[in-house]
Design a protein around this ligand. Structure first.
Ligand code: TYM
Length: 325
C-alpha cells in the first residue's frame, strides 16, 4: 500500500517564497516518489476563518491551482482539488468536534495570534480551524503532511484527534507527521518574525520581477557591522543564501562576512539574481497555464471526483463506528 500525503494552502492571494519553500517544494518532492499517493487541495473553506472578500476568494482559489500547476505539480500524478467541493471534509470535522475541548482550541498559539490580529472576528469558524484541518488530513488517512514548521501545533491536534477516535471508536487513523523541507521556516525580509502575507514588506511573491526582487532583497536591514553575530536581517540574508546560492559561493560570502570584507550589496544582488533564476521557469509556465481556463477547470473537477471517492470510504467507516450509519 502506498503512503498517503495531504496538504493545502489557503486562498488568501498569490503565493510567496515562504509558501513555496516550506510547503510546495515538499509537495513536489513527494509527488515524484512512487511510494506516495498525494492529495493537494486549496483550503478555500479555511480562507473564511478570517475576514475575506467573496469575489477575491473566487479568483484566488483558482490562482492557487495555477500556482500548483506552474510549480510543477502534475495532475496525472497527484489529485488537485478545492476543499469546499468535497463537503465530506465538513461532515468529518463535525464528528471530530465531539472529541475536542473548547479550551484546547482556545489555547493554541495560532488561534491567539489571529484573534489579536482580528479582534472583531473571533468566530466559531476560527476556533474550529484546527478541527477542520485534522479532518482534511485524516479523511485521506494521510501519513505525511508537507507544511512549514508554523503548522506543527495543528498537526499535534490532528494526532490527538486520531488517537482519541481510535481509542473511543476503534477507527484506524494514522498519526500524521510533518514532511519538512530545508525552508521549513523562512524569516521575514524585515529581519523579525516569519515571511507572511499579512505583514507588508516581509515577503517576495513568486511572480515578482527581477527588479522587484532586487529592491526587496536590498531593503533587508543589515545596518549592524559586518562580522558580528548573525541575527535579524543578516540572518534572513544568510538563510535565503544557503537555500538559493551554489554551495561554494555561499561559503565564500560567509568567509568574507567572518573576515569583515563583505559588501552587503554584492551578496544581496547575487541572492536576488539566484532567486529570480529559480522563479523564472515558474513565471513563464504560469502565464501559459493561466490562459487555459478549460484545462484548469477540468483539473479541478477531476480532482474533486477522485478525492470524494477516498473521502466516502473513511466517512462510512467513521459513521458506522459512531452509530450513525
Ligand atoms: P497557509 O496558507 O497559511 O500557508 C501555506 C503553507 O505555507 C507555509 N508557510 C511557510 N513555510 C515556511 N516559512 C514561512 N515563512 C511560511 N509561511 C507559510 C505554511 O506552513 C503552509 O504549509 N493551515 C494551512 C492550510 C491547511 C492545511 C490543511 C495544510 C488547511 N488544511 C491540511 C495541510 C493540511 C495554512 O495555514 O496554510
Amino acid at each position: 500500500m502506498k503512503k498517503r500525503v495531504l496538504s493545502g494552502i489557503r486562498a488568501t492571494g498569490r503565493l510567496h517564497l515562504g509558501n513555496y519553500l516550506g510547503a510546495v517544494k515538499g509537495m513536489i518532492k513527494l509527488q515524484n516518489d512512487p511510494l506516495y499517493e498525494c492529495f493537494y487541495m486549496v483550503a478555500d473553506a479555511h480562507t473564511i476563518t478570517t475576514p475575506f472578500n467573496p469575489n477575491e476568494l473566487k479568483q484566488n482559489r483558482i490562482e492557487i491551482i495555477v500556482d500548483y500547476l506552474a510549480a510543477g505539480l502534475d495532475p496525472q500524478k497527484v489529485t488537485l482539488f478545492f476543499q469546499s467541493q468535497v463537503p465530506q471534509h465538513f461532515e468529518l470535522a463535525y464528528y471530530f468536534s465531539s472529541v475536542v475541548s473548547i479550551a484546547r482550541m482556545q489555547h493554541l498559539p495560532t488561534y491567539k495570534e489571529k484573534v489579536k490580529q482580528y479582534p472583531n472576528a473571533n468566530t466559531m469558524a476560527l476556533l474550529n480551524y484546527p478541527v477542520l484541518m485534522a479532518s482534511d488530513i485524516l479523511l485521506y488517512k494521510a501519513d505525511f503532511v508537507p507544511v512549514g514548521i508554523d503548522q506543527e501545533p495543528h498537526l499535534e491536534v490532528a494526532r490527538e484527534i486520531a488517537r482519541k477516535m481510535n481509542q473511543i471508536y476503534k477507527t484506524s487513523f494514522p498519526e500524521p507527521q510533518r514532511f519538512a523541507t530545508q525552508g521549513e521556516y523562512i524569516p521575514s525580509l524585515k529581519g523579525e518574525g516569519k515571511m507572511s502575507k499579512s505583514v507588508e514588506g516581509s515577503y517576495i511573491n513568486l511572480t515578482d520581477s527581477l527588479d522587484e526582487i532586487r529592491k526587496k532583497i536590498r531593503s533587508i536591514p543589515t545596518s549592524t557591522d559586518v562580522g558580528g553575530p548573525i541575527i535579524g536581517g543578516i540572518k534572513t540574508l544568510f538563510i535565503l543564501s544557503e537555500i538559493f546560492l551554489p554551495k561554494d559561493l555561499y561559503q565564500e560570502f560567509k568567509n568574507k562576512y567572518r573576515d569583515k570584507t563583505l559588501k552587503y550589496v554584492e551578496l544581496k544582488d547575487a541572492l536576488a539574481q539566484a532567486i529570480y533564476d529559480e522563479l523564472k521557469p515558474f513565471q513563464e509556465k504560469r502565464s501559459q497555464i493561466a490562459s487555459d481556463l478549460a484545462y484548469i477547470e477540468k483539473v479541478i473537477s477531476n480532482g474533486a471526483y477522485k478525492a470524494s471517492e477516498v473521502a466516502n470510504i473513511t466517512l462510512k467507516e467513521v459513521k458506522e463506528k459512531m452509530g450513525l450509519f
